[in-house]
Design a protein around this ligand. Structure first.
Ligand SMILES: C[S@@+](CC[C@H](N)C(=O)[O-])C[C@H]1O[C@@H](n2cnc3c(N)ncnc32)[C@H](O)[C@@H]1O
Length: 187
């Protein structure tokens, strides 16, 4: 798969697949589809009757993500829904629980997405959030931009949440530079 830039790295994709298979994921929720790159990695880890639902606010990206997933032969098990995630998430209650939830959209809403992720997941589910380090900006005081402040708030929330056991992994690759992502297990 070519790497179109601005998405997860291939090594992240492989790790996410290992995690999805290890937790027996049959239903995965992604917030932030963009071109469908991470969606392909995630959907490929699902069994044939599994389902990836990916939420994307930009109709152009949603169309692109659908085309990417179709080209990878994954249309049957991957669906892209268009809209602001906070508007679409309440409609997913009847389709819960999800086994794995990947947060990769607007970082300022990450703690709100976290609350939804907890509502929509089962015990043992994994919640992963990308771009929590942001070249170190997340750890500046004060954070220099809203996305870094959102990432800092999210990191505090997962560390303090009584229902989550969390770890953070650093990444430094040619795709995204110095960054990182968190993995939380729902207790
Ligand atoms: C970092 S990109 C996602 C990259 C993708 N997960 C990957 O690794 O291939 C973030 C995406 O989130 C979308 N987005 C931003 N705000 C959103 C929102 N409120 N609801 C849904 N999607 C949103 C953007 O349009 C963009 O496509």
């Amino acid at each position: 798969m070519d790497h179109p830039g601005g998405q997860i790295s291939p090594s992240q994709g492989k790790l996410f697949q290992v995690l999805a298979i290890t937790c027996g994921a049959r239903k995965i929720l992604e917030i932030g589809a963009m071109a469908g790159y991470s969606g392909v990695w995630l959907a490929r880890a699902l069994p044939a009757d599994g389902k990836l639902i990916s939420l994307e606010i930009d109709p152009h990206y949603a169309k692109l993500a659908r085309a990417t997933l179709a080209a990878a032969g994954l249309s049957e098990r991957a669906e892209v829904r268009v809209g602001a995630a906070l508007d679409l998430l309440p409609g997913l209650v009847s389709e819960a629980p999800f086994d794995m939830i990947f947060l990769d959209a607007d970082k300022i809403n990450n703690t709100r997405y976290l609350e939804w992720a907890l509502t929509l997941s089962r015990p043992g589910a994994l919640i992963i959030a990308d771009n929590i380090v942001r070249h170190g900006r997340t750890y500046q005081n004060p954070q220099p931009d809203a996305s870094s402040a959102g990432a800092a708030e999210y990191t505090r929330a997962i560390l303090e949440h009584p229902r989550l056991l969390s770890a953070a992994l650093l990444s430094d690759d040619v795709y995204n530079g110095i960054d990182g992502f968190s993995i939380s297990v729902v207790r």
